[in-house]
Design a protein around this ligand. Structure first.
Ligand code: PLP
Length: 374
């Protein structure tokens, strides 16, 4: 059996060990240090925001965002149904109730029309959502020129979940810079990784200061341990920040490699009857985190699952698109606006190996297998 081809494995730059060794030599192995400062500064600059706070995961960053906005029990949070569980898990951790919204056809991100419906209906129910978590799905920005005015009119703060979209942009503006707060993930499957980690982004220094305070157990300024509120142990290690720093320095190469994957899949698979690739909206420049295809069984002759199993038999990892959150057992009783679009995407959609270290030969093999599966 040939070596397994993974969906989106880490791709080291070669500079990680040097940064880690620096931290080890200097004894800065915990929650402060030069790498943390440099990693935050480089990320803030890349995303065009004033402040970045490095934390232990993207989920922790989202949880902090909700806490900063004072969101808690009985509050509703609007979330696209097509996303990874983390987007909603943070709301649940905060004690809030997710409300799910369908996606549009242009970029598979949250549908502004459906969002408007959800907000209007909330008004009728006497319930104004306390935040929108807008996700940039698969590395492509949501339609912020439509989403931001809707949120402004309704008085609802926008949190951008850019976990999958570092390096992408919308009308020239970087992912991670939309809304009052934004988050990134440096988990192992993302476009660059810190071996695990996340970042909270904001232009508001009060949010940044408060996030740092809450992420380090909310210690009041006093020589003894004193607490006026309860925080979290969410700070990223300086060792991991060193890994993140090394990875960030090769982000543009990683985007170029993932884009090449997408283009190759589009030029080959996209030409087959019954197969289409993820649409790219004209409003932005994705980071091409994952390359996804849709399979129309009636026209292609076989379905998503048959293709996935065929690839698996060759030791190649492909995955269905995110199972919509409104279809998850844990959210069976949760409110959803629309949902048909994402249900169809889930039924037909497959994410193909998209790593930046994928070789031309590996990609050709994947394309061949799929072409022959019908
Ligand atoms: C990966 C991801 C997260 C969470 O990131 P972690 O660092 O794994 O906690 C949040 N939202 C989306 C959309 C993601 O893909």
């Amino acid at each position: 059996m040939s070596e397994r081809i993974y969906l989106s494995p880490p791709h080291l730059s070669g500079k990680e060990a040097q940064y880690i060794n620096q931290a080890l030599d200097a004894n800065w192995v915990a929650s402060t240090g030069e790498h943390l400062d440099a990693f935050e500064a480089a990320t803030a600059e890349r995303c065009g925001v004033k402040h970045a706070v490095a934390v232990s995961s993207g989920t922790a960053a989202l949880h902090l965002c909700l806490r900063l906005l004072g969101i808690g029990p009985k509050d509703e949070v609007l979330i696209p149904s097509l996303t990874f569980i983390a987007s909603a898990a943070a709301a649940v951790q905060a004690g809030a109730t997710p409300v799910f919204v369908d996606s549009e056809h242009t970029s598979w991100n949250i549908d502004p029309d459906r969002l408007g419906e959800a907000i209007d209906d909330g008004r009728r129910r006497g319930k104004r959502a306390k935040a929108l978590i807008a996700v940039d799905i698969y590395g492509q920005c949501a339609d912020y020129h439509r989403l931001l005015p809707i949120c402004q009119d309704a008085g609802i703060p926008l949190i951008e979940d850019a976990a999958e979209a570092l390096g992408a942009s919308y009308r020239g503006q970087p992912a991670g810079s939309f809304g009052e707060l934004a988050i990134l993930s440096f988990n192992g499957n993302k476009i660059v990784t810190a071996g695990g980690g996340g970042m909270l982004l904001t232009n508001d220094h009060r949010h940044a200061d408060r996030a740092r305070f809450l992420a380090t157990q909310a210690r009041d300024p006093a020589p003894h341990y004193q607490h006026s509120t309860v925080g979290y142990n969410y700070r990223l290690s300086n060792l991991l920040a060193g890994v993140g720093r090394a990875q960030l320095s090769v982000l543009d190469q990683r985007i170029a490699a993932r884009k090449a994957n997408f283009i190759a899949y589009r030029q080959s698979l996209g030409q087959l009857p019954g197969i289409s690739v993820m649409p790219i909206a004209d409003w932005g420049s994705p980071n091409y985190w994952l390359s996804c295809i849709l399979i129309d069984k009636a026209r292609f002759g076989t379905d998503r699952e048959a293709i996935r199993q065929r690839l698996e038999a060759e030791n190649i990892e492909a995955r269905p698109l995110w199972k919509p959150l409104h279809l998850q057992p844990v959210f069976a009783d949760t409110r959803v606006y629309g949902g048909e679009m994402v249900a169809q995407l889930f039924e037909r959609g497959l994410c193909l190996p998209s790593g930046s270290a994928l070789t031309d030969e590996q990609r050709l093999k994947i394309i061949e297998i799929i072409s022959q599966t019908h």
